[in-house]
Write a protein that binds this ligand. Structure first.
Ligand code: SF4
Ligand code: SF4
Length: 240
């Protein structure tokens, strides 16, 4: 019952923020983004079941990671979900590993994230896609991937939850850039929900003061949030 009331409150908040009439607290932002992630997961399970019935099996599994060479651009709420989770003391080892991996990722990614951020919303879909694929072809493994495994699997962003391939993972990595892309399933209920989820995440990003047209590289955005959160934590500790 309490959950129902909370769901209703967040649903109302979503409509208000979509109408451009509300700022959303970080706690509510994370609660909304987490619910969106859960619904996306439900949708991917349904999509996979449809694929099986059609003889088009989705072959994704945890640990399969060619797609983790794809640049992941996010809105602020997606990064906040990850950063909040990483600030939990139970995730200290994951956080420490990410912070250690970040400089090498940043060096390898070079100006790729900035180029993608600057193009977002300013060029045609095809032009953006061409740059996205060019960055993918550089084969920069996500800094959250450790020995093939996604270390933030429970809180990974929608793009990572939705990414999938039918039949084979052979065409997922940046090595196959320029060739035939991985086969994907169209599944209207999920595709439509993801479009709405993106609109909600974008609206919360803008409501929080983010640049309307500028998404951020997941690794960079989370790194920045962690730096702030850890600085605040150190300050609080000094006061005690
Ligand atoms: S999209 Fe491709 S690389 Fe990624 S999990 Fe699925 S099959 Fe594996
Ligand atoms: S967040 Fe996880 S699933 Fe997404 S690209 Fe990084 S390692 Fe891969």
């Amino acid at each position: 019952m309490a959950d129902d009331a909370e769901d209703a409150r967040l649903a109302q908040l979503i409509e208000t923020v979509l109408a451009g009439r509300a700022r959303v607290s970080v706690d509510d932002t994370i609660a909304i983004a987490t619910r969106l992630n859960q619904t996306i997961d439900d949708g991917t399970v349904e999509r996979a079941a449809v694929g099986v019935r059609q003889g088009l099996p989705v072959v994704c599994s945890r640990g399969c990671n060619g797609c983790c060479e794809e640049p992941v651009m996010v809105w602020m709420p997606e990064a906040q979900v990850v950063a909040r989770w990483l600030m939990d003391p139970a995730q200290l080892a994951v956080r420490t590993r990410f912070l250690a991996a970040f400089p090498a990722w940043q060096k390898a990614a070079g100006d790729g994230p900035r180029r993608l951020a600057e193009l977002g919303g300013r060029v045609s879909h095809d032009e953006y896609l061409a740059e996205h694929q060019a960055q993918w072809g550089r084969r920069v493994m996500c800094a959250f991937n450790h020995q093939g495994d996604c270390t933030i699997y429970p809180v990974r962003p929608p793009a990572c939850r939705n990414g999938h391939a039918v039949g084979t993972s052979a065409r997922c990595s940046g090595a196959s850039y320029g060739g035939r892309p991985a086969s994907r399933l169209e599944f209207t209920p999920l595709d439509e929900f993801i479009a709405r989820a993106d609109a909600v995440l974008h609206a919360m990003h803008v409501a929080a003061g983010g640049d309307r047209r500028r998404a951020m590289a997941l690794c960079e955005a989370v790194h920045r949030l962690l730096q702030s959160a850890m600085a605040a934590e150190r300050k609080a500790q000094r006061r005690r």
